[in-house]
Design a protein around this ligand. Sequence first.
Ligand code: ZN
Length: 331
Amino acid sequence: MRDNPISPTISFGQDGVQHGFLRLPYSRNESAWGSIQIPITMIKNGEGPCALLTGANHGDEYEGPLALVGLAQTLRAEDITGTIIIVPFMNHPAFLAGTRVSPIDDVNLNRAFPGAPDGTPTAKIADYFQRTLLPMADIVLDFHSGGKTLDFLPFAASHVLDDAEQMARCRAARDAFNAPFSVEMREIDALGMYDDAAESLGKTFVTTELGGGGTACPETVGVARKGIHNLLIHAGILQGELDLSPSRVLSQPDDNCFHFADTGGLIEFSIPLGENVRKNDDIAHIWPVHYTGRPPRTIKAQMDGILTARHHPGLVLPGDCVAVLAIEITE
Ligand code: ZN
C-alpha cells in the first residue's frame, strides 16, 4: 500500500514533551501548496505503556477537546512512565467548522476507517490513525458526546467483543474511567468506526458519550478530566489512587434500544434523560407542523429501560433516531 502523505512535525521516539502537528498536504484554490495541520502532543518518559487519547473525531463534540488541550498543556514528562499521544482535534477541519463531518469532503471520520492514503482528506486522516498511531498504542480513549443533534447521559462505554479477554480489558478500563454511567454499548452502524479499527487491532478501547447539544458544561468536562486521570493511572502511566464514585452500569441488549421517527415534526419529550420507562410507555410525541387539528405521532418504548440518549433539536425528520433506551445491570 502507498505511504500516507501525512508527516508529523514531532519525533515519535523521543523522550520529553513535544507539541507539533500532523501535516496533511491539501492543495486547493486558496492555498496551492497548503496543508491541514492537526495539533498533536506526545509526552514520553522511557519505556512503558502507550495511551492514545483523541477528541473531535466528530467536530461538534467538545468535552474531549477541552480535557485534552488542558492535559497537553500541563502534563510533564517526569509525571509519567511510558507514552501519551494526545490529538484533541482529530478531524481538525470538522472541528473548525463546528460540524460532525468534514466540510471539505462531507466524510464522517468515524465511518471512514480503515481509510485510504490516496482518498479524500478525511480518508487520509483515518489511514494515518489506522496504520501509524493505533499500532503504537496499548490503550485508546476516544471522546464523543452527542454533538448538535443528540444529548446523552454522561457515560463511558465498552463494546461486546468476540474475544472475552479483550472485552474484560476494555470493560476494566471503562470502569476505571468511572463516568456517572458505564455502558456496554451497541452500535447502529459499526462499519468504518475508529472503535472497530482499534478493537480489531486488539487494543484496549474506551469511548464516551458525555452530553451533547453542540456544547459542553462544567459537569461533563469534569467527567472527562477525571476519566483521563483515572484511565492513565489504570494503564500504569500515571502514579496515584483512582478517584472512584458510584457508576450505574447500563447495557443495550438489542436493537429495540433504538427508537426512530417515521414522520417529521416538532418533538415533545414526555420524560427527561435518565428516567425509567416500561414497554409501551410514551417517550415522545411528534406534532405535525404543516397543519393544525391533527394529533401528534407517539413514540412508544419498545422495551423497559432508562432514557439514555435523545434527539436534541426541536425539529425531527423521518428516520431520525429520537431516543435510545438501556437497561440497568445490578450486580
Ligand atoms: Zn461523536
